[in-house]
Design a protein around this ligand. Structure first.
Ligand SMILES: [Zn+2]
Ligand SMILES: [Zn+2]
Length: 310
């Protein structure tokens, strides 16, 4: 089969590779749509976390050999460790992720543990279904923030996760501000219901979602919080926390890390995807995967979300 393969730092190549062979308890999925994730664009500059050669791709939809239309929760948990037992399966001690720790969906086929599959509603397109995984990330971030109805919410970054955070935040409040340097992305945020947009963030907020993860946005997310407010960090650009710890103490501000989603939140995202506008992704054939991946890696931002069609 054809697959887009991470072969060495900052390099993906379209190669012919062997079809995956599903192990017992696994299902072969013919991939129809797969999203390119920001974590993949930034994550392949080194080979520390993702190890080449690797077929990446963890946001996907497709069909099974018996004709089911599916997506999959790519976060595989053991179900038996102390964290799985208390419902924190996204923090499983033995977790692995499709497309990171095993072959993913930048290919014609991907093998998936059958328990990770979710059947799609008939009316949902494969392109929409490929966005369920990033939507689930935002469901988790807002659950952690737990904004009261009508809260003042800000989202830093209008990439895919930022826009998903906007869509989920709009379920709680109409007062959602979105900040990004790219004007074309802010245009999408306005269309999706952002009350205020701009290159900088002014004012005070009950909740700030940092969907960038740079030192500057870490600092801004805490600075713009009201006393007692919550900053939720979901972006992974930099490890630099960039805030004054005493400020956190005196103002009782909370900084919460957000990683993936529980299996219950993924299930919720499958349902929510029917009700929120997810029509802003741009599909490309897998054969164009190398060029679009490379352009996005080098900062192309007119395409907010690229999907590949194998
Ligand atoms: Zn992702
Ligand atoms: Zn576990």
């Amino acid at each position: 089969m054809r697959a887009l393969v991470f072969t060495k730092p900052s390099t993906v190549e379209l190669l012919h590779v062997a079809d995956p062979v599903p192990a017992p308890g696994e299902t072969l999925v013919r991939v129809c749509a797969v999203g390119i994730c920001g974590s993949e664009l930034h994550g392949i500059s080194s080979s520390d976390f993702r190890r080449p050669p690797l077929v990446m791709g963890h946001e996907f939809s497709g069909t099974t050999e018996d004709g089911r239309r599916v997506t999959a929760n790519p976060l595989l948990s053991c179900g038996t460790c102390d964290l799985c037992t208390i419902g924190q399966d996204h923090l499983c001690r033995n977790r692995s992720i499709i497309g990171i720790h095993r072959a993913g969906a930048f290919a014609e086929y991907v093998a998936v543990p059958s328990a990770a599959l979710h059947t799609l509603p008939d009316s949902m397109s494969f392109d929409t279904a490929a966005l369920i995984e990033p939507l689930a990330n935002a469901v988790h971030a807002l659950n952690l923030a737990a904004p009261p109805p009508g809260a003042r919410i800000a989202v830093l970054g209008a990439g895919t996760i930022g826009l998903m955070a906007l869509l989920v935040a709009r379920q709680y409040s109409t007062d959602v501000s979105v900040c990004d340097l790219a004007e074309d992305r802010l245009d999408v945020a306005v269309r999706l219901g952002a009350a205020n947009t701009g290159p900088d963030l002014e004012g005070e907020f009950d909740v700030v979602i940092d969907a960038v993860g740079a030192a500057a946005t870490h600092a801004l997310s805490v600075l713009r919080l009201r006393p007692g407010g919550s900053a939720v960090w979901i972006g992974l650009l930099s490890g630099d926390a960039a805030f004054d710890g005493q400020h956190i103490v005196r103002e009782e501000k909370r900084v919460i890390g957000s990683y993936c989603y529980t299996s219950a939140e993924f299930t919720h995202a499958v349902k929510l995807a029917r009700d929120v506008p997810l029509d802003w992704a741009t599909p490309f054939p897998l054969d164009d995967g190398v060029s679009i991946f490379t352009e996005l890696m080098h900062g192309r931002h007119d395409v907010v979300k690229a999907l590949l069609h194998p």
